[in-house]
Design a protein around this ligand. Structure first.
Ligand code: HEC
Ligand code: HEC
Ligand code: HEC
Ligand code: HEC
Length: 500
């Protein structure tokens, strides 16, 4: 063989692997570039699989949230909740959160949304869909915000068929993070410390979450439709005008005499805190240091040469290497133990508060039964209202024990105090009616507590099952006929509830 041929062969042998390497680098580059480019996606496309065609890694990781499918019955864990929420939906059914892909299932299956028989029946307003689906911003843009917020929850059962998805957080034209819920913009502007237009990219990595992980109430708002008919919308509104702190929102609600429901036993005009996750996070070490929700819950991960944000939003403790360890140098075990200790401290204080508040409701119920007057009860009910609001604000977002441990414990302390204030005053009233020795009935299990408040649990379950087998099935069929429903998001999902 000629020397030159040998050299050529040698070069080819050397070049082939180099080419393969270059090719794979190019492929990764091409994929990374495709991820950074903006494809054509329909305005308000609520089917995430359509976005997923262009961004398969984000889509696949988003589908991984299906793995977080465990139902934890919070009423079983803390039976006092049943008493605290007597007369309100949460006393029927309340589970800990699961993965984002379960958002719609859980909203539809909970006993709280009841058993409507058509689009005009059922206990809840349309507002209950607000933080569940990209079909919400789609409907708002098609119908107008006030029309969206008018009527019963069941009105949109055949329109809201996709669980939280890409269109909830991304703009279809630029792929940039986007606020798709107008209530967040209005509230930020009213609160004033961070105007929507001043939000940085890092702020947006938390604000997309704040669209849903925030405190809200349903604000009755009158409007006139195009036929001149007067209607009342129940508009999801964040009570932030005085600030984010528990006292600021308490004042906001007191000033407008807002009442979520009247307690069935104590007759207290109650507030239900929803989940002020963003607000309380802002007071903690991470919020104050500009660490965003996405930094911990959507870490960057690397697959081959491609780096992308994990859309498997869940517990950061499942991925300490890509979250905490980006910034901290302790070992995994130390970090895990630290988080566990914070949780245990919160649990201890929260249980103390629940016990005090549960008893206060029942003692107030006894006082009414014995003939106590409005004048005797007024201050007591205000104490109970504030105690329970504070307890709820501090724990309802589930992560507060870690996001803002000091603030959480401070507020729980004030909840115990307010609850005990009510009980000291109640003892005086009870003594006046010869019941100084009164002991509240046992509410140490979910069943006992539901009996104490007279909840017809089995009836609610039976009605729910009828709904799930009839109207619910029609919604899926109608959604499919309209071309809205994507069976992929429900693939592999097992029907799980606390009651069946
Ligand atoms: C469109 C509303 C919405 C948006 C936007 C949203 N969430 Fe959620 N999130 C929810 C709801 C509702 C649940 C409860 C789902 C369930 O239990 O079915 C939830 C659950 C969670 C959970 C519990 C998951 C589990 O497996 O237990 C975490 C953590 C979470 N969200 C964090 C975030 C973060 C971080 C962001 C922003 C990157 C975010 N969420 C954006 C509505 C939203
Ligand atoms: C709860 C809000 C939320 C949802 C829902 C969501 N994303 Fe994202 N997405 C984010 C955040 C936060 C980032 C990080 C953005 C940044 O810092 O640039 C991101 C980043 C991205 C990026 C930029 C590259 C990267 O990985 O950082 C792409 C592409 C993307 N998402 C696609 C999708 C697709 C496709 C879906 C639907 C399957 C989706 N996202 C759903 C919040 C969301
Ligand atoms: C510094 C990291 C960090 C930041 C920043 C952070 N979180 Fe968390 N979050 C955690 C940890 C750790 C937990 C507890 C997880 C566990 O117990 O498994 C948690 C818990 C939660 C939970 C409860 C999940 C459940 O299933 O009980 C939600 C919801 C949540 N976070 C949402 C948010 C939102 C929204 C933001 C931004 C406003 C945010 N987090 C910011 C680390 C963080
Ligand atoms: C993007 C950076 C960043 C990430 C990610 C991060 N931290 Fe931090 N952490 C900080 C900063 C900054 C502070 C405040 C300054 C300090 O104390 O060093 C802090 C403070 C803390 C503190 C002390 C304050 C308190 O609230 O008790 C603990 C504990 C902590 N982090 C645990 C964690 C854990 C656990 C994770 C993962 C779930 C995590 N951090 C993720 C940056 C980060």
């Amino acid at each position: 063989m000629k020397k030159s041929t040998l050299i050529t062969l040698g070069s080819v042998a050397a070049i082939v692997p180099l080419c393969v390497l270059a090719l794979s680098i190019n492929e990764n580059k091409a994929e990374q570039q495709a991820m950074n480019a903006v494809p054509k996606i329909k305005h308000m496309e609520s089917i995430s699989a359509e976005w997923g065609k262009h961004f398969p890694r984000q889509y696949d990781s988003y589908l991984q949230t299906k793995k977080s499918d465990q139902i934890t019955d919070m009423l079983e864990h803390n039976p006092a909740l049943v008493v605290m929420w007597a007369g309100y939906g949460f006393s029927k059914d309340y589970n800990a959160p699961r993965g984002h892909t379960y958002i719609l299932e859980d909203n539809i299956n909970t006993l709280r949304t009841g058993a409507p028989t058509d689009g005009n029946t059922g206990p809840m307003p349309t507002a209950c869909w607000t933080c569940k689906s990209p079909d919400v911003p789609r409907l708002m843009s098609e119908k107008g915000e006030l029309d969206f917020f008018t009527g019963k929850w069941a009105r949109w059962g055949n329109e809201i068929v996709n669980p939280i998805g890409c269109a909830d957080c991304h703009d279809n034209e630029t792929m940039r993070l986007a606020i798709t819920r107008p209530q967040l913009e209005r509230a930020l502007d009213a609160e004033g410390s961070l105007k929507t237009t001043d939000a940085t990219h890092q702020d947006m990595r938390s604000l997309v979450c704040a669209q849903c992980h925030s405190e809200y109430y349903f604000k009755p708002t009158e409007w006139t439709d195009k036929n001149g008919e007067k209607k009342v919308a129940k508009v999801v509104t964040f009570p932030w005008a005085n600030g984010f702190a528990v006292e600021d929102m308490e004042k906001y609600y007191d000033d407008i005499n807002f009442v979520d429901w009247t307690h069935k036993i104590s007759k207290t005009p109650m507030l239900k805190a929803q989940h002020p996750g963003y607000e309380i996070y802002k007071t903690g070490a991470h919020g104050l240091n500009d660490v965003s929700c996405a930094d911990c819950h959507m870490p960057y991960v690397r697959e081959g040469g491609v780096k992308y944000s994990s859309h498997n939003v869940g517990s950061p403790l499942e991925n300490i290497a890509n979250t905490c360890l980006n910034c901290h140098s302790e070992d995994e075990k130390t970090l895990r133990d630290t988080v566990a200790r914070k949780l245990a401290r919160k649990e201890e204080m929260s249980k103390a508060a629940m016990d005090v508040i549960g008893k206060a409701h029942l003692e107030a119920g006894k006082a009414w039964e014995l003939g106590a007057t409005e004048a005797e009860m007024k201050e007591i009910l205000q104490d109970i209202r504030h105690a329970q609001w504070r307890w709820d604000y501090s724990i309802a977002s589930h992560g507060s024990f870690f996001h803002a441990p000091e603030e959480t414990l401070r507020i729980l302390g004030s909840a115990v105090n307010k609850g005990q204030d009510a009980r000291v005053k109640l003892r005086i009233v009870l003594a006046r009616y010869n019941a100084a020795e009164y002991v509240a009935p046992d509410f140490s299990t979910k069943e006992k507590a539901q009996q104490v408040i007279g909840l017809p649990f089995q009836k609610l379950v039976d009605e729910k099952n009828v709904f799930l087998n009839t109207l619910r099935k029609e919604w899926i069929k109608e959604g499919t006929d309209k071309g809205l429903y994507d069976p992929k998001t429900r693939e592999g999902i097992v029907f799980k509830t606390s009651y069946n």
